[in-house]
Design a protein. Structure first.
Lengths: 327, 262
């Protein structure tokens, strides 16, 4: 019987969503490849998590060690290497998260097992393992084959699979920690919370998001004025924060905030998945972008293929008109 | 402190119209503007800032064609002291794993205290070269780095996690740190700087210089082989509003009003 591993990701006492998304895909693949699905749980005092995971997988492999209280790729690497060598799973699924990208590549290189990163689809067809992933910021997909091996490692993109809740009563198998020595090379020190921001974009009914297409900091006030005319606030995608034009508290996306306003207008945002993850559940999405193939149009309700600098002043005028005010 | 920065010459595609080429496995490169990978740009800037503070050297290294000299010249103009280009027709088709092996072969003989590179490349997005390189060199790594503080034999770094959270991690040096965008503000290059950089030598190495065999590199040495490239399937296509900016604005305003938001 084959085995499939899903490495459970948890942080600050919470199992992260990616874990359940991978377990959902894992159950489907387990059925297709006649395998058992095993959730691998590493941490300190995480028995509650083991119980939760046992409702999602046939087996839960639990290893507790104070050295794994917080994610540490050095400790995880050692423990997971042991488990993979021992169990030889057909596949090990790890989240394509900050946690996963710090662990999977060096683990794969050390074990000499092929790794496919940031996968959005996985298929075993006979002896061939196919993966689908995106390139060029999500503008194209590629289907690729992974070099043939007994055991594969993949990292899975967040929200690529929708998590489902099955009715499973899995078995929890506790194993002793193989970490006999201290973890000395890499040391977790502390978490740093994001700085408090004056504006809470998650509480706004209307958000006007700006991206790379805004070109220049001097172009921002016009868009901010438009946002204000709608009683909304300015939000942005990553490049704007990277340039220091807006504080990090205004960033929408996987590394920023998740928002669900009544209206989200995206100006000059291409719609890379990291941004979309943070705003796709908005009630109404209107996107303005010069590139007709921008991925944002696959998530928006309404799309306008036009230079944002032509739309912003006209739209502001119309809104003031409807409000009976002068622009 | 001697720092190596691994860079990649990539097409700028964020705002470009992309077409899939006749092979069906790659994009049409004609008409695209190539430049240093955005993440590597921040890594280079960080390296130069460390050098300016602590002394030492910065060496930029890349795996790519002759065209990558544009990116290497930019690195030299921005403060790198040396540049190395690994070029061989046999390297074509290399994934992140094969690229890490090629870089490793060159770095085995270069002295360094620290290696910096981008967390990922904007073209293939593998997010793997840095940590694999570290593993091959037998040194530590930290990925998605937003801040670097160098101490006595250690680097204290802030790693970006999800949702605005960061973690502080300490790693022993030498190490590979992969840099996230926004860690600094990359400087502009002066015309004088570019002129000076044109005179600097770019060392070129091929497969024969690496000690690797043909099966270690290119498609043969890779984990991933692209079979098919296609436009992402659309789950929900936006309804496009057409017309003059005035007409479009009128329609948007009406839609917003119909939702009770005006």
């Amino acid at each position: 019987m084959n085995e499939l591993f899903v490495l459970a990701e948890h942080r600050k006492g919470q199992i992260r969503d990616i874990t359940f998304e991978m377990l959902t895909k894992g159950r489907e693949l387990a059925e297709k490849t006649n395998s058992d699905l095993t959730a691998v749980l590493l941490g300190k005092e995480v028995k509650e998590h083991a119980k939760t995971l046992s409702e999602h997988a046939k087996k839960v492999l639990l290893i507790e060690d104070a050295k794994m209280e917080n994610f540490n790729s050095e400790a995880y690497h050692k423990v997971l290497s042991n488990l993979i060598n021992e169990h030889k799973p057909l596949l090990t699924m790890i989240g394509h998260t900050s946690f996963g990208v710090d662990l999977a590549p060096s683990l794969a290189a050390a074990l000499k097992l092929p790794l496919a990163t940031d996968c959005i689809e996985l298929e075993f067809e006979g002896e061939t393992f196919f993966i689908t992933r995106q390139m060029y910021g999500g503008k194209v997909n590629v289907k690729a084959t992974v070099r043939k091996a007994e055991s594969y490692i993949v990292t899975i993109r967040q929200a690529a699979f929708a998590a489902q809740k099955p009715a499973i009563n899995g078995q929890i198998i506790e194993k002793p920690s193989p970490l006999t020595k201290g973890i000395t090379e890499k040391r977790f020190i502390e978490y740093i919370l994001p700085p408090p921001s004056g504006v809470d974009i998650t509480a706004a009914d209307v958000l006007v998001g700006i991206g790379r297409g805004i070109k220049d900091e001097n172009n921002m006030p016009a868009v901010e004025e438009l946002a204000k005319s709608l009683g909304g606030v300015l939000a942005c995608s990553r490049p704007i924060v990277d340039k220091g034009w807006l504080p990090s508290g205004r960033q929408v996306g996987s590394s920023g905030k998740t928002v669900k306003p009544k209206l989200y207008i995206a100006f000059g945002i291409s719609g890379a998945f990291q941004h979309v993850l943070g705003m796709k559940n908005s009630d109404l999405i209107i996107a303005v972008n010069k590139d007709p193939n921008a991925p944002i149009f696959n998530f928006a309700d309404y799309g306008i293929v036009e230079d944002l600098f032509k739309i912003v002043p006209s739209l502001k005028g119309k809104i003031y008109e409807l409000k009976g005010q002068k622009a | 402190m001697d720092i190596i920065v691994c860079v990649k010459h990539v097409p700028e595609t964020a705002e470009a119209d992309i077409k899939i080429d006749a092979s069906g496995k790659a994009i049409e490169k004609i008409g695209l503007v190539f430049d240093i990978n955005e993440w590597d740009d921040y890594a280079l800037e960080e390296a130069v800032r460390i050098k300016e503070k602590l002394g030492g050297t910065v060496t930029a290294i890349t795996v790519g064609s002759e065209d990558a000299d544009i990116t290497l010249r930019k690195c030299l103009a921005r403060g790198a002291d040396k540049a190395v280009r690994l070029t061989d027709a046999k390297f074509d088709g290399s994934d992140g794993y094969a690229v890490a092996k090629i870089l490793h072969s060159a770095l085995k003989v270069l002295p360094f205290d620290l290696i910096l590179t981008g967390a990922l490349a904007g073209d293939d997005g593998y997010t793997m070269v840095g940590p694999i390189l570290a593993e091959l060199l037998g040194i530590l790594h930290a990925t998605m780095v937003k801040k670097i503080e160098l101490g006595d034999g250690v680097a204290k770094v802030n790693r970006e996690l999800e949702g605005g959270l960061e973690e502080i991690v300490e790693v022993k040096l030498p190490a590979v740190l992969t840099v996230q965008t926004g860690i600094n503000e990359p400087r502009y290059v002066s015309i004088l700087g570019i002129r000076k950089a044109m005179k600097k030598e770019i060392k070129v190495l091929g497969l024969a210089d690496t000690g690797l065999s043909e099966k270690d590199v290119g498609e043969a040495g890779s984990w991933i082989k692209i079979e098919k490239m296609f436009v992402p399937p659309v789950e929900k296509q936006a309804e496009f509003i057409k017309g003059t900016p005035e007409e479009v604005a009128t329609k948007i305003a009406e839609i917003i009003k119909s939702r009770g938001l005006i």
